[in-house]
Design a protein around this ligand. Sequence first.
Ligand SMILES: NC(=O)c1ccc[n+]([C@@H]2O[C@H](COP(=O)([O-])OP(=O)(O)OC[C@H]3O[C@@H](n4cnc5c(N)ncnc54)[C@H](OP(=O)(O)O)[C@@H]3O)[C@@H](O)[C@H]2O)c1
Length: 368
Amino acid sequence: MKSIAVLGSTGSIGTQTLDIVDRFPDKLQVKLLSASKLSDKLLAQIQKYKPEYVYLPKKEDIKGVNLLYGEDGLKEMADLCIDLFVNGIAGINGIKPTYLLLKAGKRLATANKEAVICLGEVVGDRYNGIIPIDSEHSAIFQGLKAGDKKEVKRIILTASGGPFWNRENLDGVSVEEALNHPKWKMGKKVSIDSATMMNKGLEIIEAHYLFGIPYDRIEAVIHPQSYVHGVVEFVDGSMIAHISPTDMRIPIGYALSYPDRWEIYQKTANLWEYGKLEFYQPDEERFPLLKLAKQCGEMGGAYPTVLTVADEMAVEMFLKGRIGFNDIYKVVKGVVEAVDFPPPKTFEDIMEIIKGTKAVFNKVVSVF
Ligand SMILES: NC(=O)c1ccc[n+]([C@@H]2O[C@H](COP(=O)([O-])OP(=O)(O)OC[C@H]3O[C@@H](n4cnc5c(N)ncnc54)[C@H](OP(=O)(O)O)[C@@H]3O)[C@@H](O)[C@H]2O)c1
């Protein structure tokens, strides 16, 4: 029996993680649940899974479990004896839990790319034990097992291209249109990032830190069918591609069962049902956030964090109707060009960069 903690249990990744617990009650036991607040959804999960612990950012009135809360609670959580921590928190709220769990040497399966990116410069060497949940990174993680790291020529991350990959004019895109992802049902932030293709840019930076592969050997390719999730190309010309149905429970299940494989997906997926598989080069003129993300990754230092924070704030403003879809790029670029932070050396430096970026963002966005 593997004990697990599910951070972000009420979100898209969290609920799909719990779906797998339902399928394998003899293999997985939920020891901790965590969300941003005590919602009805979280209460129902507590009743169903009866975790020993719940972590919440603030104190709440809750009975029958050990409630950990606030800063001290986060530290206590990181010290708990739990076999696997699954991080499905969205955005930069996941940074501190990720940092504390890595520092405490815990086994971590993470979908929280924002934390990996922001912490990359200071804890990159501790990423070896992480099991990635993002489907592309899970694909690469599995593909890398086909050879030695020094034999890797390139890794390729596929992108569905989101709802607009073949739409010419992106002026006046509505929130509803941008949230309407053709292939995946995900949380709002990652859905908008997919529509701008920032998600692929963030994933390139995430892959750089997780796998220690230089940027000039990481590529993104548009694959609208979303059956091929990632490809590892070795020096002998072999390309090991990961193909699976478009179902996040497959990479989540792999992270939960690793190093074993369980019968996560019961149907037989016939390749002929997939039909034609297409691949296109991303258009960085129409999706400039992809290009900006790659530049920030290559510049390193504070830039990956600045990019992540500015994007999260810009997406939030777009969702609230305060800025337009194309303004997301303009604002994020404005912030990246306005900052001049020294490279972070410690976790505290990263917190300072986040604070500084928020202040710069508010100035930049005030003219929109
Ligand atoms: N969804 C996907 O298919 C998918 C695929 C690949 C990668 N990812 C990545 O996975 C991460 C999560 O995405 P998602 O789509 O699952 O997001 P989501 O549906 O918006 O869920 C976010 C979760 O994080 C929780 N949360 C927010 N702040 C928290 C805090 N301070 N402490 C504890 N929990 C907190 C939320 O709790 P409340 O409900 O209480 O607010 C919610 O449970 C993102 O980094 C995303 O890029 C997602």
